[in-house]
Write a protein that binds this ligand. Structure first.
Ligand code: FCB
Length: 505
């Protein structure tokens, strides 16, 4: 990898960690985030409409105002979570330890020393949570299966008690008319596998395929849609470049070796599902970042192209084109650990045909002539997130243009806000409503131009353990009062319920 690229990827990863944002969207300034010039063309009021009122008489608006955009019949309205972020019950029913248990229990790694030991206690409260999903009217729920609940040490016979939990969850979803969508891996690698090299070890990709097969056999066709690996890029960038996610390494050479093994694991899991004869569908879950040049120079355009290779094409091309992008391979260099690790046949495993692509969209990236990045839009409570709804449209249409009309689902999109539980028991989060509304307007526009998008999942159903940020960042539609574990529907949850009921924003 070129020194330049490595330096900038490292600085981006560091950005994601804890940097204080230049501009932050506060709850009080819950204005429309759709920029007038590049916006969706459907959000009213451009970028300067106050959330609750407007000084011009007769122009009162509120985040709940309807845009009059109807979604296709049967559109899949959903919400998403992941195991370590909500389940808690870290030692129940034979669960083993994951890299996130180790990481969060290491002093200094997670803000405030928070861990996922209890989280939202969903493992014990899942029945009540299912009822809340039904109350919202969700049609699809995307969650993840904890590998160390199924195989405490990452290998061997599956733990029936772990499988039973997910069977109860899946049955409860079906009983409420909600379609389950299960991710096999949302970062909680069994610690025992990390101890033998983690994703740097090729063998771990094969362990993953065994685990996947055990889950497919245990839960069978009750899960109609499987997602393989959640955001391999985040493991690479945050776990192995920035080091602020588990396993907490800063090792660029290892990072891209890990990328290859994660891609290989994805392909092997797809093959494992096919081998069971299942009729369920399967695909990857990728967080895609539209990359734009920060200025008009040819240098910025070239740097953006390479940046896009690392952010998007490395993952998309290998799965959908059966080849890693040559510019990225050249940048990494023939002697890199990744390039040396690619064996004959690997790319055909990685590109085993999938049924759908799950897209996560949170933020754009603006790349400078020297390969650095700059911010152009306000950020959320998460300093890495610039609020730019147009990016949703751009990434969806780009995927369809460059990779064909593979069915798409959005499995993550959402906003961190500084929510507080008011004395009257309510949680007022207008900024989340505006964010979701403006992004859904962009989604609507993409669909109306032919993007084959089936469903949309808000990140997140409920507040949860936001990795190295602990419990401070709140991303949920449902507020969790952690001391009491009480669940409170935020204003955005009430709004979303109406959106689902009306199939429109
Ligand atoms: C995504 C993760 C998810 C959550 C959101 C905010 O990258 O997949 O677990 O942390 O970001």
């Amino acid at each position: 990898m070129s020194v330049l690229t490595r330096r900038h990827l490292l600085s981006r990863a560091a950005l994601s960690a804890r940097a204080v944002p230049a501009t932050r969207l506060s709850a009080a300034s819950a204005t429309s985030t759709a920029p007038a010039a590049t916006g969706t063309g459907t959000a009213p009021g451009g970028g300067d409409t106050d959330a609750e009122s407007d000084s011009a008489p007769g122009r009162r608006t509120s985040p709940e105002d309807r845009l009059g955009l109807r979604f296709p019949e049967g559109f899949g309205w959903g919400a998403a979570t992941s195991a370590y972020q909500i389940e808690g019950a870290a030692k129940d029913d034979g669960r083993g330890e994951s890299v996130w248990d180790t990481f969060s229990h290491t002093p200094g790694r997670v803000r405030g020393g928070d861990t996922g030991d209890v989280a939202a206690d969903h493992y014990h409260r899942y029945l009540g949570d299912l009822d809340l999903m039904q109350e919202l009217g969700l049609r699809t729920y995307r969650f993840s299966i904890s590998w160390p609940r199924i195989q405490a040490d990452g290998t061997g016979a599956p733990n029936q008690r772990g499988l039973d939990f997910y069977r109860r969850l899946v049955d409860g979803l079906h009983q409420r008319g909600i379609s389950p969508m299960a991710t096999l891996f949302h970062w909680d690698l069994p610690q025992s596998l990390q101890d033998v090299g983690g994703w740097e070890s090729r063998d771990v990709a094969y362990r993953f395929a065994d685990y996947a097969e055990a889950v497919f056999t245990g839960l069978g066709d009750a899960v109609p849609v499987w997602l393989t690996i959640n955001e391999p890029k985040t493991v690479v960038q945050n776990g192995y470049l920035g080091g602020h996610h588990a396993p907490g390494l800063r090792d660029p050479a290892a990072a891209y070796l890990v990328a290859h093994h994660l891609q290989l694991a994805h392909g092997l899991a797809v093959q494992a599902l096919r081998a069971t004869g299942s009729s369920s569908r399967i695909g990857p879950a990728l967080n895609l970042h539209p990359c734009y040049p920060a200025d008009d120079s040819p240098e910025a355009a070239a740097a953006t192209r390479l940046y896009d290779g690392y952010e998007n094409r490395l993952y998309l091309d290998s799965i959908f084109k059966g080849a890693y992008p040559t510019d990225v391979l050249e940048d990494l260099g023939p002697d890199s650990r990744m390039v040396r690790a690619i064996r004959d046949g690997d790319l055909s495993i990685i590109s085993t045909p999938v049924d759908l692509l799950a897209v996560h969209y949170y933020t754009p990236i603006y790349v400078t002539a020297t390969g650095g990045t700059v911010r152009k839009w306000p950020t959320s409570e998460a300093s890495w997130q610039q609020i730019f709804p147009q990016g949703m449209y751009d990434i969806l249409t780009r995927v369809t243009r460059d990779y064909g009309s593979i069915p798409l689902t959005i499995t993550e999109n959402g906003l961190a806000t500084p929510d507080v539980l008011a004395a009257d028991g309510s949680v007022d989060d207008p900024a989340r409503i505006v964010f979701l509304r403006d992004h859904l307007a962009a989604v609507h526009r993409a669909i109306s131009e032919g993007v084959p998008l089936e469903s949309y999942h808000v990140w997140s159903l409920m507040d949860n353990f936001e990795w190295n940020e602990g419990y401070e960042q709140r991303w949920g539609l449902i507020y969790i009062d952690y001391p009491t574990q009480r669940r409170i529907l935020k204003r955005s949850a009430h709004w979303y319920r109406r959106v689902i009921a009306e199939n429109a924003i």
